[in-house]
Design a protein. Structure first.
Length: 72
């Protein structure tokens, strides 16, 4: 658990209370990612330098082609 983190919810968080999404926290050298529905679980952490390529890979997952998987 990362108690000092300032968590930010995605702007794509669905309606209602916006609990159907992920939250991120900037931890200086790492970025933490957690499920907003279960914030007590251990978050995933990425080196800050790996986070932008991770996001780009997610954005690229929306392209058509063989083997492409779409998250719903």
């Amino acid at each position: 658990m990362i108690p000092q983190a300032s968590w930010k919810k995605s702007s794509f968080s669905g309606g209602g209370e916006g609990n159907d999404c992920v939250e991120i926290a900037d931890l200086d050298t790492h970025i933490a990612v957690r499920d907003s529905k279960d914030p007590a679980r251990t978050p995933l952490t990425f080196p800050a330098t790996a986070f932008a390529p991770f996001l780009q890979a997610l954005k690229g997952a929306g392209t058509s082609g063989p083997g492409t998987h779409h998250a719903s």
